[in-house]
Design a protein around this ligand. Sequence first.
Ligand SMILES: *Cc1c(COP(=O)(O)O)cnc(C)c1O
Length: 435
Amino acid sequence: MPHNPSFSRSQEAFQHALELFPGGVNSPVRSFAAVSGSPLFFSRGKGAYLEDLDGRRYLDFVQSWGAHILGHSPPGVVRALRRQAQRLTSVGAPTLEENRLGTAIRDAFPSIERLRFVSSGTEAVMSALRLARAATNRSMILKFDGGYHGHADSLLVSAGSGLATLNQPASAGVPEAVTGATVSVPYNDLEAVRSALAAHPGKFAAIIVEPVAANMGLVLPQPRFLEGLRSLSREHGALLIFDEVITGFRLTYGGASQLFGVEPDLTILGKIIGGGLPVGAYGGKKELLSQVAPLGPVYQAGTLSGNPLAMASGYAVLKELAKPGFYEMITDKAERFFDLLLPHLDPARHTLNRLRGLFTLFFAPGPIQNFADAQKSDTQAYARWFHGLLESGISIAPAQFEAGFIGAKHPVRALRLAAETMVRLLETPSPGTEK
Ligand SMILES: *Cc1c(COP(=O)(O)O)cnc(C)c1O
């Protein structure tokens, strides 16, 4: 790749990283594989802004892939972490910090009576599937094309996010016996769900779905889709699992389940509830969760589960989110931003999917209602746009099939300037972007 002097420290650091980690990264999408070029190394973040190793500043729409809604290093979280670090970082015994965050989450989700903290979204999904299989005494799982639920073996089938980007249908190293128990159908297609369930009567333990899909780019559930999943899952004796790792506390104080008025049997959380520290959680009704050890036969454990630093961080975030008007403030800013973009989009080439502070600009005609629609995107045009934005101090996801995040700390003025830049770069795609 050609040397770009303005990113020289990041390029140097990446050369070193290549000697350490596969592809130089600890999670594939970070490698810029989907947009080519050399990834930036960031050294600090404050609010909506990031600074790279060369001291360049970026308005950040990635926000740690949605882990941040208060921006980078919000003062309340920094204070809570400092206090907690001095007191207790890890103990492997119960702490009040777990009770506090657990209570806040339970209070925010009517369908959660009991929950278990783990250390990542992936771990929460794995554990929820184990519980669903144990509770139903069935093994099959129904998921949706382009739905991403972390890297648990049984869900690496037609998955979104990094797999969509790398054009990988599934992962090597996953036994067929495992993926064979997973059926993937198009998002928003209730007929496909109905026939999949009918084809394997009594076999499905669960339907797992992102209630608002955010890992094939942002794709909204069509009216009655989630309700349909609720009634079909009941009819067939399968559990309904909402993976709210992105949507939890992102769209409202609680989940998409409240926004759309559909109650799942199990809810998966992550990202925002850790306030930038590694956390995941799964929860549901008391009877279901009482099948988890030590009460029940479903084993699941973790040295760092409910880690005090992560709990303190997550709690400090939720306290801010609970303030009146918080989500209206984000929605209002986001809508003003979308209003600046929309009139300049060419419907034959661009589709802006959006919901509150979440969005994806697809380089494809709409409507985009499932992964196949999303995959019609011109990913090369996206890559050119991405690099143009980066050069202009705007950081968006280094891949088309991801969501953008507008949070509490994105300044209105910066959003206006960003919208102008985004529009300008749409009309004059920068030539000569390296391939
Ligand atoms: C990020 C994500 C996960 C995985 O969470 P990790 O903490 O990365 O393991 C699972 N589900 C969804 C919907 C996600 O966006």
